[in-house]
Design a protein around this ligand. Structure first.
Ligand code: FES
Length: 587
């Protein structure tokens, strides 16, 4: 029985004029018939000079190419949208779905037998996984790697945990402008993404736990030569994936997502993963309800002593063994039969990892400083909790390991701001009517409201309280926060206020109660009064009348569904239908 043609072969070897033209125009770039017989490996590169976190991806792409050639493939690099977290406006999240659409269509629309996804900063990693899931062409991910630790006066510095920590002290008047300038020069010593367990590190670790990255790939520092060797190995493995035909839909199963969620909890990782993982899964028809995150949190120990929740940073996590050593500790809780890009199952990959408990005492001690044992965890439960109640009927998220224990059960008076601008103006007002027991509330910062759900959920502590020594208070919003931030911060309140969620009904002076142990978040106002206020609400005018902005606000889903566009979820059967419509659709 004849074997089916590879995707690349369909483009180049179908006996028709289209293939003739494909061959002729590829030869225009200097490739010959020998090249065109090989598996074609796309290198989907999010390099950009406006994205510092992805700035080393050109060098990594060259190393990937070397690996592809060594394994007998033909590497062809192409660019897609890059999203530099701190540079794009209005928010990076606004563009994640656009980047995912770009990745999906360019992977599906070109003659690729497999693709290497080169990502780095917070949004490029989930965007590429979303696109690859929908295109469902064999894919393997390689991230830029974390920056080296910043150094200042003998201390390790972490981006951007220390950006926030020192800026708070600067606002409080305890740090000088000269110190801030020195910190600015010493924070970022190398290329790579943020080097604490922020969103970029979290999503890289989740990609590894999902099985979409070679084991150990998430934590090798960006400038370390071992990352170049990982890139070469990734290129080789892409050729093997092309030959084996292992697709993302065979790797990113519900069981694999459960593994990723357990790793997220054991890391004390970013709240943003609670948005990105459902978005990736949704592309494959896999539902990840918020309650699944909460259930797995209650049965997964927190193991990684990493900032912003703990003490160390990615360099130390790498030296301790990174994600493979963490997953080895969790082995009894993981789904071990899930397929990975190695061509082996998660269990088979972990069988090659030496259990820390069997190592000599000195090396055990070095690992245990950073990655605790499952028998003696930092906390028996994971790092995130899902809250529900009259203020968040569809759920809200809190990073418990980065919160203040004394505020985990708290009742306080709401101090409400209807925009980030109003909050900023009030935050510096030394006469603001605020006490440490108050609860700061920000409305209109969700997926539709902002728009794009910006990372402003770590609302600034009012300067008046900073001067009194207050460094944390309960803050609630429908926004996200950077994975590098910390505090008793309730995020992703759903439904968001801009579409009429109860958050829109909160008024200054109302009482709010948070009880993390009971997983409750309640507005202590009579339900009839809440309904009356919401009925009187006047929705804001649509922020966009045309273009991508209009597409975004018309179709973005709420945080629990991952903020994907409603028309992008589910399997990609439309692509199959499109392929049947025209003979040149070579999917
Ligand atoms: Fe890119 Fe932090 S700004 S990972």
């Amino acid at each position: 029985m004849p074997t089916a043609l590879r995707r690349g072969e369909r483009w180049y070897e179908t006996p028709d004029v289209a293939s003739f033209i494909h061959r002729a125009f590829t030869k225009a770039m200097g490739y010959d018939d020998d090249d065109l017989k090989r598996p074609i490996i796309g290198i989907c590169n999010t390099f950009s000079e406006l994205n510092h976190c992805n700035h080393n991806l050109r060098a990594l792409a060259d190393a990937v190419k070397r690996g592809v050639l060594q394994a007998g493939g033909l590497p062809l690099e192409f660019p897609t949208i890059s999203i530099g977290e701190v540079f794009v406006s209005p928010t990076s999240m606004f563009f994640r779905n656009l980047a995912a659409m770009d990745t999906e269509e360019m992977v599906r629309g070109q003659p690729l037998d497999a693709v290497v996804l080169l990502a780095g900063c917070d949004k490029t990693t989930p965007a590429q996984l979303m696109g690859a899931a929908s295109a469902d062409v064999p894919a393997i991910m390689l991230t830029s790697g974390p920056m080296l630790n910043g150094r200042y006066e003998g201390q390790d510095l972490g981006a951007c945990t220390d950006c926030r920590r020192y800026w708070t002290e600067y606002r409080a008047g305890t740090v000088t402008r000269e110190t801030m300038t020195a910190l600015e020069d010493n924070l970022t010593r190398s290329e790579g993404h943020c080097m604490v367990m922020g969103t970029a590190s979290t999503m890289a670790a989740c990609a590894e736990a999902l099985g979409m990255m070679l084991p150990g790939g998430a934590s090798i520092p960006a400038p370390d030569s071992r990352r170049l060797r990982l890139a070469s190995a990734t290129g080789k493995q892409a050729v093997h994936l092309a030959r084996a035909g292992i697709k993302p839909s065979q790797i990113m199963t519900r069981e694999a997502f459960e593994n990723a969620i357990r790793v997220l909890h054991a890391l004390g990782g970013s709240t943003n993963a609670v948005v990105h993982l459902p978005a990736i899964a949704g592309r494959l028809g896999v539902e990840l309800p918020l309650d699944l995150f909460d259930n797995l949190s209650r049965t997964t120990p927190w193991l990684a002593n990493l900032r912003p929740s703990g003490k160390f940073q990615m360099e130390q996590f790498f030296e301790a063994g990174g994600v493979p050593v963490l997953m080895k500790e969790l082995e009894g809780l993981l789904n071990l039969d899930t397929m990975t890009v190695t061509g082996l199952t998660t269990g088979e990959n972990l069988s090659q990892v030496v259990a820390t408990s069997t190592r000599d005492e000195a090396s055990q001690w070095r690992v245990r400083e950073v990655i605790a044992s499952a028998d003696a965890p930092l906390d028996p439960e994971g790092g995130l909790a899902i809250l529900r109640g009259s203020l968040a009927p569809d759920g809200a998220v809190i990073k418990t390991v980065a919160a203040s224990p004394h505020l985990m059960k708290h009742r306080g008076r709401a101090l409400v701001f209807d925009s980030p601008t109003a909050l900023q103006a009030a935050a510096d007002d030394l006469d603001l009517d605020v006490t440490p027991d108050d609860i700061l509330v920000l409305q209109n910062a969700g997926p539709v409201g902002a728009p794009g759900m910006p990372e402003i959920g770590n609302l600034p502590i009012p300067r008046k309280l900073l001067r009194q020594g207050v460094r944390d208070m309960v803050r609630i919003s429908d926004a996200r926060m950077s994975g590098t931030a910390f505090g008793t911060i309730v995020l992703h309140v759903a439904p968001e206020s801009a579409i009429g969620g109860p958050l829109a009904a909160v008024r200054t002076g109302d009482e709010i109660e948070i009880d993390v142990e009971a997983r409750r978040l309640d507005l202590l106002v009579d339900p009839a009064e809440i309904a009356r206020r919401l009925a009187e609400r006047v929705p804001a005018p649509a922020p966009f009348r045309r273009g991508y902005g209009k597409l975004f606000v018309d179709h973005v889903m709420q945080a629990p569904e991952g903020c994907d566009f409603d028309f992008l979820r589910g399997d990609a059967s439309d692509a199959v239908a499109a392929a049947r419509m025209g003979r040149d659709m070579r999917t």
